[in-house]
Design a protein around this ligand. Structure first.
Ligand code: PMT
Length: 398
């Protein structure tokens, strides 16, 4: 069964009698592991109070396009970037028409335009309104734009009519949301991913490391599992829980990470090197805690092996994807690493911006391969991970 672990679902509730089911829907989404935030149209607030949805989701409900609470007064952009999925339930006939027109004069319309996340709509309306050619035309237009639908179900309606137009049951909608992330793009493939930092000990209590949280690598593991792959995650020390169905190999140092990778790389179809591996380690590890005698202390360091370059030189060689963490000249430096490490693809990310890169929930990237590139604007690491997995699947078969 699908799940929504680590997924951020923005549930948009429109003004229809089915809005009462949205409270239950919040719970069912959470049961599948999602973090849920709620957006309500003005009409929705006539049917159910924001307080109910606030209490269930654990977050303030969003309803205004001009949001003074938002970091930069642009709540719609922040929400649009936050979401891994925009779920509109119930979707009224009016909301469908507004989405077709691309209206941006309310929060839902603006978020729908601004988000790169997939959209899932659960229509609910009178059966005659649903059957009307205008509504059916709108549904076709939205489907052609890649928007997903769940329902409506047929049966007795609140207005007394019988026919198609009832919002699907919350559990069914939550499962449909989870199924969207199960792409099958890497079905049967063996994927090896490194994540997190390495730690290079100086003495029994100190080490050299960096700020990698592991979030990007763990999001990749989730995206690869969702795409049907068998995933081994070689992880440096992080505080994250691994996604379900992922085999984790915890390691500490770069040498241990290399050893673990070489153990698996021969049976791997795709290698994604997302770990922030320490480039150097102390030549010697002091057996006792180093004492502070002098005003200055010099450390002698030696280069660590390059795990990615080693795997990419090995035979049989998996499809190799590297990351480039850069603070300047992102494109040039990433291209240099693509070539020097003999990679199939590299994901360049600017780690000078504290909102993205190391130890943040979001990232932005420039994906590069021998004869092409794709820029991905700031989005959640889960969304970026999905895009990387899609691009890997596309490049490997093209
Ligand atoms: O973990 P998060 O907090 O979510 O942060 C994500 C991230 C910023 C760590 C991630 O997006 C990222 O950029 N990872 C690569 C970090 C890095 O070490 O970049 P680099 O440009 O120094 O290395 C280039 C590539 O070589 C990387 O794929 C790296 O994994 C690999 N490498 C580097 C050195 C080494 N000794 N062995 C390697 O395999």
């Amino acid at each position: 069964m699908g799940h929504l672990n680590n997924r951020r679902v923005l549930l948009a509730v429109c003004g229809g009698i089915a809005a009462y089911k949205s409270a239950e829907l919040v719970r069912r989404l959470q049961d599948l592991g999602a973090e849920v935030r709620v957006l309500m149209t003005r009409g929705a607030q006539e049917f159910i109070t924001p307080l109910t949805l606030q209490a269930l989701s654990g977050h303030a409900v969003h309803h205004s396009l001009l949001d003074e609470e938002a970091e930069r007064g642009m709540g719609h952009i922040e929400l649009a970037r936050w979401a891994d999925l925009l779920l509109i339930a119930p979707t009224t006939a009016d909301a469908l028409a507004r989405l077709v027109a691309g209206r941006a004069d309310d929060l839902l319309g603006a978020v729908a335009l601004a988000t790169p996340a997939p959209k899932l709509l659960a229509p609910a309306m009178n059966q005659q309104m649903w059957k009307d050619p205008a509504t059916q035309g709108n549904v076709t237009t939205l489907e052609n734009r890649g928007i997903h639908f769940v329902g409506p179900a047929a049966g007795e309606q609140a207005c007394g009519d019988v026919g198609p137009g009832r919002m699907e049951e919350p559990e069914f909608i939550a499962r449909a949301a989870a199924a969207l992330f199960a792409t099958g793009l890497l079905a049967g493939q063996q994927v090896l991913i490194t994540a997190g930092p390495t730690r290079e000990p100086l003495d029994p209590v100190r080490y050299i490391s960096n700020h990698s949280s592991g979030r990007m690598g763990y999001a990749l593991a989730q995206a690869a599992v969702d795409a049907g792959a068998r995933v081994t995650l070689v992880s440096g020390p992080v505080t994250l829980t691994a996604p379900e169905r992922v085999t984790v190999r915890p390691v500490t140092t770069a040498q241990e990470m290399l050893d673990a990778c070489l153990e698996h790389s021969k049976t791997t179809d795709i290698f994604i090197s997302c770990a922030a591996v320490a480039d150097y380690r102390p030549i010697e590890i002091a057996s006792q805690k180093i004492k502070k005698h002098d005003a200055e202390l010099s450390l002698s360091l030696v280069r660590n092996p390059d795990i990615l370059a080693t795997v990419s030189r090995s035979t049989p060689r998996p499809y190799c994807v590297g990351f480039a963490a850069e603070t300047q000249d992102l494109r040039d430096h990433a291209l240099g690493k693509l070539q020097s490490k003999n990679l199939d693809m590299i994901v360049g990310n600017d780690v000078s911006d504290p909102r993205i890169g190391f130890n943040s929930d979001e990232n932005a990237a420039l994906l590069l391969w021998a004869d092409g590139e794709r820029a991905v604007e700031r989005c959640s690491k889960h969304t970026l991970a999905q895009i990387i997995v899609e691009e890997i699947a596309r490049r490997r078969t093209s």
